[in-house]
Write a protein that binds this ligand. Structure first.
Ligand code: AGP
Length: 608
């Protein structure tokens, strides 16, 4: 999704701004642009498509500047085009970049047109430039103009703005959209994503909602929502030391799939000891709070939601708690009833997903015992706003398609199921069994990754089709859904998932030789029933690709049965995810899609 970077420096900033845009490419975008202050003029360059095209323009024009703003855009209002790309400007006086959505843009646009402003783009963002120009005329300084503009703006935004009459400082503002400052040597930076400026500094200030900040090469000043000057904590993070290169792999997604044994180890490391989960791994006081829990509500989106649906089974079987799972985008709109002693759980890789954050903020007004976040980004809004949090420690996930984030979320959620059971003094033998199995999990994943050759053999048959059906039962139904999501998002093959028992209630009508069926058949009490469901597919000419426990035998038309490594049943959903990730990756590779940045998608969805 959109990315902002801004810099005030004693050196030329064009190159570092473009490098910052490259670092944010993984977020997904359709166009890029830059505005560089050149004392009496502003160099304004934009390009539809890749950041490289913007860089080519920069190389051709070689603008020099010590103050600038830059942006990658992911279209919300108005098609992807150069004219809709940021920065937007007003009368060549004010240039802005914006992340988020201005909800009252129609009304503001009409009023600005009446004030004589001409709109060149179809975006909601352009009006911010005009508003600032209007208020600059009244106040003569950008801080005051920004507060006057903020009073009019409804919605979510992170903004960076430059004024033609000020070649030393720029102003940024944050409301419900991430924005941070970076304190460099002889330069101060602002960005929506720490990765954009992680090569330039280890010192970050995470702005809060309502904050406005002015930055120059030597100094910064932060004001809060009430325009009171404030001091915000400086956080030290060494982002440049975190592996963010592809290394020997073709794609980040491939690298992240193969990182899973280590990532899972990082999730469980220091959190289990002896025969049990350690106390208070979700934060001090969490063990006591968990003892009071009588019901669980999970909210999340996409892959993270699938992790929640798997975990709901574990909360039931291990922690003996009822659990409801909602799409974060739906939760607030169903007037949810909150039972006494309910715990809210949010799951998010990025911790910046607007729908999940909005659900968390909404739930805070309700009568929950507390909130627990399962999150991969320690500096995220979700991490800061949750009462308790467990970081999945997966390391940066750059591929838009979530892989290691998902399996580490599952490991983190298993730790939560165990912690709840421990606080409620339940199932010590089962807890010991799971803890023992968790220790072997990285090794089992390592074994599972060796299935690559067998997956390579079936990938062409699936890559040549336009549709695919994924089947699973029980806790494997959300895994089937995750498999279908992976395939559709990176290979653009239409894929759906069903609980296998539902086939005969409708989807069986879709089965023919053009509908590959990918099924998950672990050893379970319903394995036989699943095999019967798969026979129904076979009898209708469907080709089956079954990932199965070695004990499950069946004949498949021209498809394949791939035997899975053994592990404790409770952890098998994690293991069965791995071949589905590999399969979607290999299929996408054959179809030649943009695997790390699939069309229309963003890594971190910061608009509702
Ligand atoms: C996963 O492959 C997707 N890219 C997407 O569904 C993602 O899981 C969803 O947008 C939620 O993101 P989050 O975990 O960062 O909140």
């Amino acid at each position: 999704m959109c990315g902002i970077i801004a810099a005030a420096s004693t050196r030329n900033v064009g190159k570092l701004l473009v490098q910052g845009l490259h670092k944010m490419e993984y977020r997904g975008y359709d166009s890029a642009g830059i505005a560089l202050h050149q004392n009496d003029s502003i160099a304004h360059l934009r390009a539809l498509g890749k950041v490289q095209l913007l860089e080519d323009k920069m190389v051709a024009e070689k603008p020099k500047s010590k103050l600038g703003i830059a942006h990658t855009r992911w279209a919300t209002h108005g098609e992807p085009s150069e004219i809709n790309a940021h920065p937007h400007q007003s009368k060549n006086n004010v240039y802005i970049v914006h992340n988020g959505i201005i909800e009252n843009y129609i009304e503001l646009r009409e009023s600005l047109i009446k004030d004589g402003y001409e709109f060149l783009s179809q975006t909601d963002s352009e009006l911010i430039a005009h508003l600032l120009d209007l208020y600059l005329k009244q106040s003569n300084n950008m801080i005051d103009a920004m507060y006057l503009a903020k009073a009019k703006l409804e919605g979510a935004y992170a903004i960076a703005a430059i004024d033609i009459n000020d070649n030393e400082s720029l102003v940024v503002a944050r409301n419900k959209s991430p924005l941070l400052l970076g304190l460099g040597t002889d330069e101060i930076l602002a960005a929506s994503d720490p990765l954009a400026i992680g090569q330039l500094t280890n010192e970050f200030i995470f702005l809060e909602d309502g904050d406005v900040a002015e930055i120059s090469a030597e100094a910064y000043t932060i004001f809060d929502a009430n325009k009171k000057q404030v001091t915000r904590e400086i956080t030290k993070i060494d982002i440049s030391s975190q592996a963010t290169s592809k290394g020997e792999y073709k794609h980040y997604m491939e690298k992240e799939i193969y990182e899973q044994p280590q990532a899972i180890l990082n999730t469980i490391d220091g959190r289990i000891g002896g025969d049990d989960v350690l106390d208070n791994i979700f934060g001090l006081g969490s063990a006591e709070l968990f003892a009071q829990v009588e019901r669980i509500q999970i909210v999340a989106c996409g892959t993270s939601l699938h992790a929640g649906r798997v975990a709901a089974n574990w909360f039931s079987s291990i922690s003996e708690l009822p659990c409801q799972v909602d799409y974060a985008s739906e939760y607030r709109y169903r007037n949810p009833h909150v039972d006494k002693n309910s715990l809210l759980i949010t799951i998010s890789q990025s911790g910046e997903t607007a729908d999940t954050l909005a659900a968390l903020r909404y739930a805070k007004e309700k009568d929950y015992l507390g909130s627990v976040g399962i999150c991969n980004v320690p500096t995220s809004s979700l991490a800061r706003e949750s009462d308790f949090v467990l970081f999945t420690n997966a390391g940066p996930e750059i591929g838009v398609a979530s892989t290691k984030a998902f399996t580490t979320q599952l490991a983190g959620l298993m730790l939560l199921a165990l912690s709840l059971a421990k606080s409620r003094e339940l199932n010590p033998i089962l807890r010991k069994r799971v803890v023992t199995a968790l220790r072997t999990l990285p090794e089992v994943i390592h074994e599972t990754l060796k299935l690559k050759d067998q997956i390579l053999a079936i990938a062409p048959a699936i890559a040549s089709k336009d549709n695919a059906l994924f089947l699973g039962r029980g806790v494997f139904y959300p895994i089937a859904k995750e498999g279908a999501l992976k395939l559709k998002e990176i290979s653009y093959i239409h894929a759906e998932a069903y609980p296998a028992g539902e086939l005969k209630h409708g989807p069986l009508a879709l089965i023919d030789e053009n509908m590959p069926v990918i099924a998950l058949a672990p050893e379970s009490e319903i394995a036989e029933k699943l095999v019967s469901n798969l026979e129904e597919v076979k009898a209708r000419g469907g080709t089956l690709y079954v990932f199965a426990d070695p004990s499950v035998t069946m004949d498949v038309n021209n498809g394949a049965v791939i035997s899975m490594p053994k592990c404790d049943f409770l952890l098998t959903p994690i293991i069965y995810t791995i071949p589905l990730q590999l399969l979607s990756y290999e299929v996408a590779l054959l179809r030649g899609t943009d695997i790390d940045q699939p069309r229309n998608l963003a890594k971190s969805v910061t608009v509702e």
